[in-house]
Design a protein around this ligand. Structure first.
Ligand code: IMP
Ligand code: MG
Length: 180
């Protein structure tokens, strides 16, 4: 892993791929335990674009029948949230009466999560569990339960493994952090 320059910013190695895989093993194990023997078919809801890599790895580890649905939420511009969350792609299938596991790359302020929960309530999902690969605990400012957390990280801007800086860096295998 080396330093990476994207536009005006330099990023340094932060979470290696292997450690991400361990975090994903852990949350997948917890979800498998909670959903073992389900009679329904739970939905894994991938929050595009950031959660695409995480969701792919997570789904490979789930051992019960499950369906993949996606939607896109947008709030970040550059390295911070605009505070306004928009659903920029509709759900790829109806979630009425379905149990849903939200798959997020990272939960930061929690504003996206609140918008998602509201949208899923309107959609008529029967139950919503929240799973995130990474959690910026010190930035979290809402009162929503997060059921499965891969790893807590400090409030710093990161990229790689799905996460972007102005749409670049998503293809990196490891996670990098903005140099101070
Ligand atoms: P929240 O609404 O503040 O919780 O932010 C959630 C979304 O913002 C995540 O799903 C990411 O897409 C994006 N985000 C939050 N922190 C970072 C970061 O450090 N790097 C890249 N994207 C981030
Ligand atoms: Mg995201």
């Amino acid at each position: 892993m080396e330093r990476i320059k994207i536009y005006d910013k330099t990023f340094v190695p932060y979470i290696p791929h292997d450690e991400l895989m361990d975090c994903i093993d852990k949350v997948a194990g917890q979800i498998n335990r909670d959903f073992a023997g389900s009679e329904d078919i739970p939905v894994v809801l991938c929050i595009l674009n950031g959660a695409i890599m995480f969701t792919g790895e997570l789904m490979q580890r789930l051992n019960f029948p499950c369906q993949l649905v996606s939607t896109k939420m947008t709030s970040y511009v550059g390295t911070s949230t605009t505070g306004e969350v928009k659903q920029t792609l509709p759900l790829t299938a109806s979630l009425k009466g379905r149990r849903v596991i939200i798959a997020e790359d990272i939960i930061d302020t929690g504003l996206t999560l609140v918008a998602l929960k509201k949208m899923l309530a309107e959609e008529g999902a029967s139950e919503v569990k929240v799973c995130t690969m990474l959690f910026k605990k010190d930035a979290y400012r809402v009162d929503e339960k997060i059921d499965y957390i891969g790893k807590e990280i400090p409030n710093r801007f990161i990229l790689g493994f799905g996460l972007d800086y102005n749409e670049l860096g998503r293809n990196l295998k490891d996670i990098y952090v903005l140099e101070d």
